[in-house]
Design a protein around this ligand. Structure first.
Ligand SMILES: Cc1cc2nc3c(=O)[nH]c(=O)nc-3n(C[C@H](O)[C@H](O)[C@H](O)COP(=O)(O)OP(=O)(O)OC[C@H]3O[C@@H](n4cnc5c(N)ncnc54)[C@H](O)[C@@H]3O)c2cc1C
Length: 311
């Protein structure tokens, strides 16, 4: 019964995230906007670059490496893809001028994937060039299964000329076995995640022990070969086992990574014990969609949101 209710809540939140009427209602209703923003604040580093910089500085001073994402995805016209690219370029410049320790994370569909391959490659190269001025990495997020081939193709193309590029792979996809075997041969960093998107039947492994074992197997291959990697999960079981693997292989090129606002207490503990930890900070004005997604993936977070709102 509990599981059923959580599933209902999750499905409703996914619908709310995509519902344009609900979104514009929230944006136009000052009281509702301010109320929901209180709940969103836990998950976002701010709405602007200046606010994000303050958040990043706080984490850097506390010993965390950061990766930063300007929220947005699924842009369908060239003008907006270029605007998003310019925002990432401005962010990369600020990282250099403020001497921040932050890489960039981005969705390719934010900078042109749904417009054209050429535009995406041009935009990605511009961002990699700017980021490279202060040795920042650019890490590509992985999106829905209809985009996996395009994302891997563009990653491989740009990696030929830009070595400061990394990619995210989703352990829950059956195809990842082959993708992983191919991509671990390249120098780019690999972030391994379980996978967040609904997939067509038969393409993915559901949450459970089998997926955890597969995930940890990828993590072990990355750590044992000291491949540059991020072990990204909110699952404390996964991260505890990862700590054992790190102790076993003593790699130097890894980070344990979590999203800002989700189970960050554990990450603080790992960092205090001397493990390398990275906080994934998002910023921007598209926080409504982001908040709904964080609630949808783990509906018990709604209670946390309620507490944040009344606090
Ligand atoms: C840094 C980072 C980058 C990511 N990038 C991508 C990407 O590019 N593409 C992609 O598809 N997915 C991405 N994800 C999401 C990822 O695929 C998973 O959906 C997400 O991490 C939840 O899976 P899990 O490993 O935490 O374990 P799960 O099996 O989903 O959860 C295990 C346990 O972790 C805890 N937990 C999980 N999620 C939450 C939550 N939201 N709030 C509170 N507790 C929670 C709960 O205790 C839960 O029982 C990213 C995740 C991280 C941390």
């Amino acid at each position: 019964m509990e599981q059923e209710l959580l599933k209902i809540a999750s499905d409703a939140l996914k619908k709310a995230a995509l519902n344009e009427d609900a979104k514009s209602f929230v944006l136009q209703n000052d009281k509702l906007f301010k109320t929901l923003k209180k709940a969103a604040n836990r998950y976002i580093g701010g709405e602007t670059i200046d606010e994000a910089v303050l958040t990043i500085k706080k984490f850097n001073e506390n010993g965390f490496v950061v990766t930063t994402d300007f929220m947005g995805e699924s842009i369908r016209n060239e003008k907006e893809a270029i605007e998003a690219t310019n925002e990432f370029l401005s962010f990369a410049k600020v990282v250099t001028s403020e001497k921040l320790n932050s890489s960039i994370s981005l969705d390719l569909s934010h900078i042109g994937l749904l417009v054209s391959r050429d535009l995406t490659i041009t935009n990605l190269k511009l961002i990699c060039d700017e980021a490279n001025k202060s040795n920042q990495e650019v890490i590509i997020s992985m999106e829905g299964t209809d985009r996996t081939d395009m994302i891997i193709d563009i990653y491989q193309e740009v990696l030929k000329t830009h070595s400061n590029l990394g990619i995210t792979l989703q352990a829950y996809l059956h195809r990842t076995k082959t993708d992983f075997e191919n991509l671990i041969k390249l120098s780019g960093s690999i972030r391994i995640v379980k996978g967040a998107y609904d997939t067509p039947k038969g393409l993915s492994i559901p949450r459970g022990n089998e997926l955890d074992e597969i995930y940890l197997n990828y993590a072990e291959q990355l750590l044992a070969t000291n491949h540059k990697c991020a072990i990204a999960s909110h699952d404390s079981k996964i991260h505890s086992k990862t700590l054992e693997l790190i102790d076993k292989y003593s790699p130097t090129n890894y980070v344990l990574e979590r999203l800002l606002g989700i189970c960050n207490e554990d990450l603080q503990t790992y960092k205090d014990r001397g493990y390398k930890c990275r906080m994934y900070v998002v910023y921007g004005k598209e926080w409504y969609l982001y908040l709904c997604n964080r609630w949808a993936e783990y509906p018990l977070n709604l209670f946390r949101g309620l507490a944040d709102i009344v606090e």
